[in-house]
Design a protein around this ligand. Structure first.
Ligand code: DGL
Length: 269
């Protein structure tokens, strides 16, 4: 493990780009290697055994390419962190999301939208309980929103319907408990891509993006272990995908990501 080794990121598709973007902006002197398993997207509709198998296979692949840390830039995989094995430090976007939640709330209810698997695995609830009993999530899973975003959110009406279907039940359940939900955690890394649309539809909601907390966790780790990249050569980001090359290309441009190379790959499984 070299200090100049890249930080690896994993997602099922382009969602993890929202984490990569924050990392590139705030830790610009690091190299990055991103693995998107687009061929098997959506992860949120898969069984845990399969997700654990895929997660471990991708971690192994990234380790073989010399990463110095792995970021699970996917909430669905993060909800199974304790079942994943890695030789390098592993960062969960759920841990980061909980840190972000606690930074803005010390009691009450927070809305959480995520994939079906993330909600079923109760990853956020379990992590939050390690810190407090005074804050709780009202979680709503969505079968389709991540995929609609991954496919380029071409139809605004469909996108808005999907957002509404995920958010409204949370507001209703809050109201039934006599509470007005003020905060909404975007518990799937695809969702911050359409943050603007969600904000436009629900201007009073404070949106929580776990990517902010992830950068802080990573920065702390690199600082405390004296593990910042200190090579003088220019930093690079390499992006690998198992499918949807064009979708990746478009989103790299849309988010203005630094990207030295985008390549198709197969996962050795
Ligand atoms: N972006 C992923 C997440 O944060 C998964 C979306 C999917 O593949 O279902 O959970």
């Amino acid at each position: 493990m070299e200090k100049s080794g890249p930080i690896g990121l994993i997602d099922s598709g382009i969602g993890g780009f929202t984490v990569l973007k924050e990392l590139q902006m705030r830790l610009p002197n690091e190299n990055y290697l991103y693995f998107g398993d687009s061929k098997r997207m959506p992860y949120g509709e898969r069984e845990n055994d399969e997700l654990i198998f895929l997660g471990n296979a991708i971690i192994k692949e990234l380790e073989a390419q010399g990463v110095k840390a792995v970021v699970l830039a996917c909430n669905t995989l993060s909800s199974l962190t304790s079942d994943l094995t890695s030789r390098v430090p592993l960062f969960s976007v759920i841990e980061a999301g909980v840190q972000e939640t606690l930074a803005c709330k010390d009691r009450g209810m927070v809305g959480l939208i995520a994939t079906i698997a993330t909600v079923k695995n109760r990853g956020y609830e379990r992590e939050l309980l390690l810190w407090t009993k005074d804050v709780q999530y009202i979680a709503q899973g969505t079968h389709t929103l991540g995929k609609v975003i991954n496919d380029g959110q071409k139809n605004l009406k469909i996108l808005k319907n999907n957002i509404r279907e995920a958010v409204e039940p949370i507001l209703l359940r809050g109201a039934k408990k006599g509470m007005m939900i003020e905060d909404l955690l975007l518990g799937c890394t695809h969702f911050p891509i359409v943050e603007g649309t969600i904000k436009q539809m629900y201007p009073d909601l404070n949106l929580i993006n776990p990517a902010d907390g992830l950068v802080r966790l990573m920065e702390k780790h690199l600082r405390e272990n004296d593990y910042f990249n200190n090579e003088k050569s220019p930093c690079t980001t390499q992006i690998l995908t198992t499918g949807d090359f064009e979708i990746f290309e478009n989103m790299i441009n849309e988010l203005e990501l630094n990207c030295a190379s985008l390549k198709m790959t197969e996962l050795e499984i």
